[in-house]
Design a protein around this ligand. Structure first.
Ligand SMILES: *Cc1c(COP(=O)(O)O)cnc(C)c1O
Length: 361
């Protein structure tokens, strides 16, 4: 896999002059495979609004990847993908069951409610950022009268907001409850590739074969400049979806520039190798700090995020050494996210800096 080197000054070096980015997987640039296909798409002109050869080929590549005749749409970002999908699955009086830490609940500025004209999100708690089947059942059966917004969808984030994954058994258990109550299953796949890499299962196994009806598959966090693919496994649910995209300002007139980089990820296999690399870097970090005193790994680092409990003094020491990270995501703690171009040297210098910071704290 091609790697661009991130600057990773050694921790003995007192003057760290540039920020070191592990705040999210969207701090990384465009991976070479995506860029290469973007250039190729720029060699000749083509039709607009998705009637071009790149969009057709990328859509077919998704059908190959998922081993089924799915409906594929390309939008600019994850908020739009999630919001428009939920809007298309719900009437305004319906509700969506999701984890209380779900991005659709905490980070989309009410987008799902806005685009669905008021469908309500009903949140449930659950260990490791996962929606438990019992939580779905309790939420659905709590009320059956017309005064309660009728549950229609279960939304799952894969990998979860805290860097864990739903395995096949957990997904099947959720599908079973969903079938009992006639619920659709939506998957927010902001880190879907990382989940496939983590579990070493095929995209088909992890979606429609496990009962997922619609997937929002993020390209941005996997190595594109921007772009998410919305994949409907049940084609009937995709009816009129293109109108929603257009109305919401999500129909790219030069759609080939969204689609071609996706084709680059899919044809070269970079979608998976990028995720495997990111996961390996997260594991390296988690393994490197678990034995340090005063450092607590908050969740099993199954994908590309690592959540650490660190003292305020340690956090300040890391900030002083120009490490960038967020502390407001999930259940708090310090989140580091690895991506396609996170280098082992960068991770090792972070481990060194954490070791030094906790030693003096
Ligand atoms: C990043 C992310 C999204 C998409 O966010 P946008 O900024 O709208 O592209 C969706 N869900 C999760 C869990 C995310 O981490």
């Amino acid at each position: 896999m091609s790697q661009t080197s991130s600057t990773a000054p050694s921790s003995n070096d007192d003057t760290v002059s540039a920020p070191r980015f592990l705040a999210s997987d969207n701090t990384s640039g465009i991976c070479p495979e995506a860029l290469e296909y973007l250039h190729r798409a720029n060699e000749v002109d083509d039709l607009a609004y998705g009637n071009d050869r790149w969009t057709a080929e990328a859509s077919d590549a998704f059908r190959d990847l998922f081993e089924t005749d799915c409906e594929v749409f390309f939008v600019f970002n994850g908020t739009a993908a999630n919001s428009l999908v939920l809007a298309s699955l719900c009437q305004s009086y319906h509700s969506v069951i999701c984890h209380q830490l779900a991005h659709i609940e905490t980070d989309e500025c009410g987008g799902p409610e806005f685009f669905s004209n008021g469908s309500k999100l009903l949140t449930v708690p659950g260990d490791g950022g996962r929606v438990p089947p019992e939580g779905i059942e309790t939420t659905v059966t709590k009320r059956g009268d017309i005064h309660y917004p009728r549950p229609r969808v279960v939304s799952l984030t894969q990998a979860t907001e805290v860097g864990t994954v739903y395995d096949l058994e957990q997904l099947r258990a959720i599908r079973e409850v969903a079938d009992r109550y006639d619920l659709r299953v939506h998957m927010d796949g902001a880190r879907f590739a990382n989940a496939c890499a983590s579990l070493d299962v095929s995209p088909a196994e992890l979606t429609w074969r496990a009962g997922v009806d619609v997937l929002c598959f993020s390209g941005t966090k996997n190595g594109l400049a921007f772009g998410e693919a919305v994949i409907f496994f049940d084609k009937r649910l995709a009816e009129d979806f293109e109108y929603r995209c257009k109305q919401a300002g999500q129909l790219a007139s030069k759609m080939r520039y969204l689609a071609a980089p996706w084709l680059g990820l899919l044809e070269t296999g970079a979608w998976l190798s990028n995720a495997q690399h990111a996961n390996a870097m997260a594991r390296r970090l988690a393994d490197g700090v678990t034995d340090l005193p005063g450092v607590n790994l908050m969740f099993d680092a199954q994908a590309n995020s690592v959540f650490l409990e660190l003292s305020a003094a340690t956090q300040n020491a890391l900030r002083a050494r120009q490490w960038t990270f967020y502390t407001f995501i999930g259940e708090g703690g310090v989140r580091f996210v690895c991506s396609w171009n996170t280098s082992a040297e960068l991770i090792d210098s972070l481990i060194d800096d954490i070791r030094q910071a906790v030693a003096v704290a």
